[in-house]
Design a binder for this molecule. Structure first.
Ligand code: XMP
Length: 496
C-alpha cells in the first residue's frame, strides 16, 4: 500500500470511498479498547463520530435526542417555522431520563370526549389538567383511566371527574428518580406531576416510562448535564431571528447550511453569530477544496462540513457540474484544517460502516449521515409498504418536494423565478431503530480500525499523516470482488 498523500496527490483523478481500500496491519489490542471519541467542532466532544443530517426526513427532536443519548449528535433541520425549530431544540434540551418534559395536557374546559380523542390519536390514557391546557400552566388536577372509564356521559367536564390538585401527590424538579420510584410505589400512583413553587406544572414522571429508563453511558452532554443538540440555519436576514430563538432554547452548535458554503453570505452569517452568540460553535460548509476551507477558517469557523454532491439524494454534480469525489475532498480538506485544529465532518455518501472507517482514516473527525438513518424509527414520517418492502420517505433538501415546503435557500433558488432542484426524493428501507443501528456501526468501526492497527480516532489521524496508514486504489473489478458476488440471491448485507 501507499501513504494517503501518494494516493491523493499522485494525479488528476479524484477518488471516492469505494475506490480505495485500507491495508490491514498488526493487531495488538482487543476490539473493545478502540476509542472512538472525537470532536464535531472546536469545543464539542463526542464519544462516537456519528451525526445526523439537518434534513426534514432525518432529524427532528426524536432523532436528535436518540443520537445524543447514543453518544453522537443530531442537527435539527430548518425547513420549518422558527417556532417549530426552536420547539424541537427545546424537546432535546428538556430531556431528563424518566421525566416527560412536555407531557400532553388538557385545559379545564375539556370534556371526556377530548380524553377519548387524545387516547385514540396518541394512546395516552391519563393527563395533567392545567389552567392553560399545556405544561407551564397551574396544575389543576390529573385524570387517569380509573377516574373516567366507567362514566357513560362523555360530554361531562373533565374538572368534575379528575382528581383535583389538592388530593394529588406532587414533587419538585430536584427530585431524584430513585425517590420518585419510592413515592409512586408507596402511594400506588402511576403518574407523579412535578411542579414549581407556584404550583405550575414542570414535567411528569410516569411509572411505566420509569421502568424503561436506561442509563446511556456514552451520551453527549454539556457542562450542565443537558443533552447536546445542533441546528441548521441559512444565511437570510430572517435566519438571524431564527438564531435568537434557537439560542434561547439552548442550542449548542450551528451548522450554516449551504450546498456551496464558500460565500460572502456565509462569512457574514458566521461573523454575525460570533459577534452575537460567542458561546456557540459554528460549523461552516459545505465545501470540498482547501481554498474554500482556508477562507472559512480565516473567517473563524469552528468546524467544517465536507461534501458536495456525494449524498445519496444529491444531483448537484449532475445539475451544476461542481463538486468533488468524497474521499479526495475529505483527505485534502482534513489535512489542511488539522493545522488549525478545526475538525472535519465528512458529510454524505456514507452507505456502510466501511465508508465511515475510510472517512476517519482519511482525516475526518466524524461523519454526517442522511440515508443511513432515514429508515429508522427515530426519523420523521411513517413507514409504509412499497412493493412488499417496508420503507420510509427520504428526500434531498434541494429536491423540488422539499423546496415546495420552503428549503429553497440552501440551493439558491429563492431569488430566481425558475427553481433548479439539486436533489431527488425517494424511499429507504426500514433500518429498525438507532438504538441498535448506532451500536452496530460503533462495533463495525472499531473492528475496521483494529484491523488497520489503530486504537483510536486520534491515533488514526497521527498514523495517517505519518504515512503509516497505507491505502491502495481498487480497479472496477477489485471493487466487484470486494462486494458480494456470484450469488443468485442473498440476505444480510447491511449486517443488522
Ligand atoms: P447521504 O448520502 O447520507 O447524504 O444520504 C446526506 C447529505 O446530503 C446533502 N444533501 C443534499 N445534497 N442535494 C444535494 O446535492 C440535495 O437535495 C441534498 N439534500 C441533502 C447534505 O449535505 C446531507 O447531509
Amino acid at each position: 500500500g501507499h501513504a494517503a498523500e501518494t494516493v491523493f496527490s499522485s494525479g488528476v483523478y479524484a477518488y471516492t470511498y469505494d475506490d480505495i481500500i485500507l491495508m490491514p496491519d498488526h493487531i495488538s489490542f482487543p476490539v473493545g479498547s478502540v476509542d472512538l471519541s472525537t470532536r464535531v467542532s472546536k469545543n464539542i466532544r463526542l464519544n462516537l463520530p456519528f451525526l445526523s443530517s439537518p434534513m426534514d426526513t432525518v432529524t427532528e427532536s426524536r432523532m436528535a435526542l436518540g443520537m445524543a443519548l447514543q453518544g453522537g449528535m443530531g442537527f435539527i433541520h430548518y425547513n420549518n417555522s422558527i417556532e417549530e425549530q426552536a420547539w424541537k431544540i427545546g424537546n432535546v434540551k428538556r430531556f431528563r431520563s424518566g421525566f416527560i418534559a412536555r407531557p400532553y395536557c388538557l385545559g379545564p374546559e375539556a370534556t371526556l370526549e377530548d380524553v377519548d380523542r387524545v387516547f385514540a390519536e396518541r394512546g395516552f390514557s391519563g393527563f395533567p389538567i392545567t389552567s392553560t391546557g399545556s405544561v407551564g400552566g397551574t396544575l389543576l388536577g390529573l385524570i387517569t383511566t380509573r377516574d373516567h372509564d366507567f362514566i357513560q356521559n362523555r360530554q361531562k367536564k373533565i374538572t368534575e371527574v379528575m382528581t383535583p390538585a389538592k388530593d394529588l401527590i406532587t414533587a419538585d424538579s430536584k427530585l431524584s428518580l430513585e425517590l420518585a420510584q419510592e413515592i409512586m410505589k408507596s402511594n400506588k400512583k402511576g403518574k407523579l406531576p412535578i411542579v414549581d413553587e407556584e404550583f405550575n406544572l414542570v414535567s411528569l414522571i410516569s411509572r411505566s416510562d420509569l421502568k424503561k429508563a436506561k442509563s446511556f453511558p456514552l451520551s453527549t452532554k454539556n457542562a450542565n448535564n443537558k443533552l447536546m443538540v445542533g441546528a441548521a440555519v441559512g444565511t437570510r436576514e430572517s435566519d438571524r431571528q431564527r438564531l435568537e430563538a434557537l439560542y434561547a432554547e439552548g442550542v449548542d452548535a450551528i451548522v450554516i447550511d449551504s450546498s456551496q458554503g464558500d460565500s460572502d453570505f456565509q462569512i457574514e452569517m458566521l461573523n454575525h453569530i460570533k459577534r452575537t452568540f460567542p458561546s456557540l460553535d459554528v460549523i461552516c460548509g459545505n465545501i470540498v477544496t482547501v481554498r474554500q476551507a482556508r477562507r472559512l477558517i480565516e473567517a473563524g469557523c469552528d468546524g467544517l462540513r465536507v461534501g458536495m454532491g456525494a449524498g445519496s439524494i444529491c444531483t448537484t454534480q449532475e445539475v451544476c457540474a461542481v463538486g468533488r469525489a468524497q474521499a479526495t475532498a475529505v483527505y485534502h480538506v482534513s489535512k489542511f484544517a488539522k493545522q488549525f485544529g478545526i475538525p472535519v465532518i465528512a458529510d454524505g455518501g456514507v452507505s456502510n460502516s466501511g465508508h465511515i472507517i475510510k472517512a476517519i482514516t482519511l482525516g475526518a473527525s466524524c461523519v454526517m449521515m442522511g440515508s443511513m438513518l432515514a429508515g429508522t424509527e427515530e426519523a420523521p414520517g411513517d413507514f409504509f409498504f412499497q412493493d412488499g418492502v417496508r420503507v420510509k420517505r427520504y428526500r434531498g433538501m434541494g429536491s423540488s418536494e422539499a423546496m415546495q415546503k420552503g428549503s429553497k435557500t440552501r440551493y439558491f433558488g429563492d431569488t430566481a423565478n425558475i427553481q433548479v432542484p439539486q436533489g431527488v426524493s425517494g424511499t429507504v428501507i426500514d433500518r429498525g431503530t438507532i438504538k441498535t443501528l448506532i451500536p452496530y456501526l460503533t462495533q463495525s468501526v472499531r473492528h475496521g480500525l483494529q484491523d488497520a492497527g489503530v486504537q483510536s480516532i486520534r491515533q488514526a489521524h497521527e498514523f495517517l499523516y505519518e504515512g503509516r496508514l497505507r491505502f491502495e486504489v481498487r480497479s472496477g473489478a477489485a471493487q466487484r470482488e470486494g462486494g458480494v458476488h456470484n450469488l443468485f440471491s442473498y440476505e444480510g448485507k447491511l449486517g443488522n
